[in-house]
Design a protein around this ligand. Structure first.
Ligand code: SF4
Length: 433
């Protein structure tokens, strides 16, 4: 999400302030960070950066700014350290803040910075045309904020309540990108499949949005894949899966976070779904999208998680046979409800659980990948591979591939591969002639 936000920040800075982009931090006269209070590690990095930048100010003129998902407590500290602090939804005011830098303080420009975000101006933010950082892969925000309040997560407090972007804008942005030759488009939001619910009947639903994108895709006449991340199990209807099955441009890859395989842990996480309701979603995916790959997110060592509860998570890993799982060891996130509870699973135990589950995943993923050998796949070539003389690519199901080729003109284009070998989390192939 921050990467997508940064593309709009760049548009505003370059088009309305006279500053030009540089990738070299040392050369810049203005530097900024889109921060994330959701992870303490990310916030720690902000402090080390701003310390360094504030030292640079002794030698050259430098303006520093910060925005992103920031909790009020962090915001309070950042106001003293950065020259400019703004909410992402008020990005359009950034040029004025830069002009007024040194005349007024950041806090006096935006007195509401220390209150919870209300997303009133998010529509203006969405209207900004981003400077996409890739010529073939783009991210489109379709919604901002979250109403789910999982106890381990601070997002509802940093991004505010759910607001859906007008569907017409989303569909136009998809069409524009495809006309420009984009091949991979990801619809972004904290809770994409609750899209439209906040508008109480005045906006289309998430499956209808997908359907309209699918219909648009038919008229555009070029191949592209549309993904979405992340959906929430509670709002994952069978209709979403039925629509994806109907349209070639809707990618057959579903990322559906489960977080834990134990109902009691799910309840304490306030996930609002059970293993059984989640199981129905997996059955729906297998029924409507038998070729789809399935990804998930899992937290191990959540506060109070017992050995038995962890074993239940291992069991669902075996049952649902994910292609990929992003496994995290629980750590309290400042601002989240669970940060007030005892973080009582010892670090060593979390580590052991993490490695055990990662090992389960590795074996399952390796089995999936082995079955790909000898089959043909259309892949999107994404860049040069670490292995010399090879390019890397992704299948529609987001399985990482590499294949021997020095032809860099293939990057950003589709290619057809025959898979020749497999590894735990990737496959290797050769170009079909
Ligand atoms: S659904 Fe839960 S984990 Fe996802 S953003 Fe909302 S509160 Fe956080």
């Amino acid at each position: 999400m921050n990467m997508s936000d940064s593309e709009r920040v760049r548009t505003i800075i370059e088009s309305r302030t006279g500053y030009q982009w540089t990738d070299l931090e040392e050369e810049a006269n203005m530097v900024g960070i889109l921060a994330c209070s959701v992870r303490q590690k990310a916030i720690d990095k902000v402090y080390s950066r701003i310390r360094k930048w504030n030292q640079w100010k002794h030698k050259k003129s430098l303006i520093t700014f910060i925005s992103g998902c920031i909790l009020p407590d962090d915001m309070k500290k950042f106001l003293k350290l950065f020259d400019i602090v703004f909410r992402m939804s008020e990005l359009e005011q950034l040029p004025d803040m830069i002009k007024q830098y040194g005349i007024v303080s950041p806090a006096s420009l935006q007195p509401d910075l220390l209150t919870m975000p209300d997303n009133t101006h998010i529509n203006n933010f969405w209207k900004i045309t981003p400077q996409y950082s890739s010529p073939f892969e783009a991210f489109i925000p379709i919604q901002n904020g979250c109403d789910k309040f999982c106890t381990f997560c601070a997002v509802p407090y940093t991004r505010g309540r759910e607001v859906s972007r007008p569907s017409e804008e989303i569909i136009n942005e998809v069409a524009h990108l495809v006309e420009q030759g984009y091949k991979s488009i990801t619809l972004l939001g904290q809770n994409v499949n609750s899209y439209g619910l906040d508008k109480k009947g005045e906006e289309i639903s998430f499956p209808e949005l997908l359907r309209r994108i699918g219909e648009k895709g038919k008229t555009l006449g070029s191949r592209f894949w549309v993904y979405f991340t992340s959906p929430h199990p509670r709002d994952m209807t069978e209709e979403v899966l039925e629509v994806i099955a109907q349209y070639d441009c809707l990618a057959k890859q579903i990322h559906i976070p489960i977080q834990s395989g134990d109902d009691e842990v799910l309840e304490r996480m306030n996930r609002k779904h059970t293993v059984e309701t989640y199981r129905k979603i997996i059955r729906g995916i297998r029924k409507h999208l038998p070729q789809a790959t399935i990804f998930t997110d899992i937290i191990v060592g959540f506060t109070g998680e017992t050995d038995q509860q962890f074993e239940n998570t291992r069991r669902i890993m075996q049952e649902f046979r994910y292609n990929m799982a992003y496994i995290a060891q629980y750590s309290p996130r400042p601002g989240a409800v669970s940060s007030r509870w005892a973080d009582d699973v010892p670090r060593e135990v979390k580590k052991i659980r993490y490695h055990r589950l990662s090992d389960d995943l590795r074996k399952i993923s390796a089995e999936h990948n082995k079955k790909m050998i000898g089959k043909s796949y259309t892949v999107l070539v994404t860049g040069t591979d670490r292995k010399e003389g090879y390019l890397s690519a992704l299948t529609e199901g987001k399985i990482v591939c590499r294949f021997p080729s020095e032809d860099k003109s293939l990057i950003g284009r589709f290619a057809d591969l025959t898979i020749t070998s497999s590894a735990d989390f990737s496959v290797e192939g050769k170009l079909k002639r």
